[in-house]
Design a binder for this molecule. Sequence first.
Ligand SMILES: Nc1ncnc2c1ncn2[C@@H]1O[C@H](COP(=O)(O)OP(=O)(O)O)[C@@H](O)[C@H]1O
Ligand SMILES: [Mg+2]
Length: 231
Amino acid sequence: MNNLSPLISARSLTRQYRRGAEVVKALDGVDLDIRAGEMLAVTGPSGSGKTTLINLLSCLDAPTSGELSVAGRRVDGLPESELVAARRGVLGFVFQKFHLLPTLTVAENVELPLLFLRRPADRAETLRVLETVGLAERADHRPGEISGGQMQRTAIARALLAKPSILIADEPTGNLDKANGEAVIALFRKLVTETGITVILSTHNERHAAACDRILALEDGRIKTAGALHS
Ligand SMILES: Nc1ncnc2c1ncn2[C@@H]1O[C@H](COP(=O)(O)OP(=O)(O)O)[C@@H](O)[C@H]1O
Ligand SMILES: [Mg+2]
């Protein structure tokens, strides 16, 4: 991969689900190129395929057919064990529901993935990442003691700790009020500007989508419109 090739590239990307005798085309032939350092919004009504696309780009799920390259590597057709390797250090995930453990502190929640990898945590590094998301003072609080916006920023810090080149978020502002939602979008923008990370997020919120560099609108598993808002 050179600097000019897209960071993520999809051709005829398709994901079908079987529901009884019926086949659901959740994603139906999507072509897509995403540049490094882009902030992309995936929009569309409920059931249009946003989560399906996000899960494929995240290498959390595999396409039924089509081609997908992530960070210079073909990932369609890879077995789960190799998808895990393709994700590591490349992709960071943020979910609508923050998935924090209530008994752990903010700092411990950020370090949790290291526990699974049996790697030691570096508390100074954890605090640096918490500083980046504006939560250094909350390191010793528990999720129950902070706001929803702070919980989501904790989840973003957790995703950032492994220094991914791509941050993917499925409706990251879906459970947040207006102010906290806007703060999360502003944080993504800051990360893109300051670190060059690539951000892909799905959203129902038109203002949040408009704050991104580009909108990919889905309808019935297909791309409806795609255009640069500002470049
Ligand atoms: N595991 C599944 N099994 C069967 N159908 C599914 C599954 N996941 C999603 N779908 C269907 O695929 C379509 C797209 O769903 P999804 O990607 O979740 O859309 P969105 O995130 O935009 O709401 C919908 O029709 C949904 O019902
Ligand atoms: Mg969804």
